[in-house]
Design a protein around this ligand. Sequence first.
Ligand SMILES: [Zn+2]
Ligand SMILES: [Zn+2]
Length: 167
Amino acid sequence: MIIKYTNFSDGIHGFQLSEPVKNFGLEELFFGNVILNCKLDKSPHQIVLDCELVLESDMVCDRCTKEFVADLTSYFQITYLFSRELQESDDFNVKYLTPEQDKINLNNDVYEYAELSIPLKKLCTEDCKGLCPHCGINLNEEQCNCKNEIVPDVWEPLKKLKDKFNN
Ligand SMILES: [Zn+2]
Ligand SMILES: [Zn+2]
């Protein structure tokens, strides 16, 4: 995804970019097109680019194992500072543009933010009831006659330990 920013006058511009996921090497995680809704704010010394990244992914629910399609939306902002010399920035969201560079290439940024948009916990719906631990039926679709005992969570002590480390 390339933006030829020299075509834009100073001020705020809104536009949408769209390209097949395979152009980014993202076809194993997503399908269809990468959609990028951009707000480009150009001024004499810099460009601030706000992007809404929209992707579609085939997922398997962690609770009920059903396949579902997830619409994933994430946001990022990058500031491009005009600079005479090529400079490296330590900040992931700040980059430099020299007078020789008349284009912004977003391919790497799209790739990285796309990967980050995959949730750690994949759920078909927020309140997915999951599978019955006894008979295995999908409790979103049917009810079973199993006794609903509370099964102790074997991971509970580990989770507590993890919480401790995170605090
Ligand atoms: Zn589910
Ligand atoms: Zn059951």
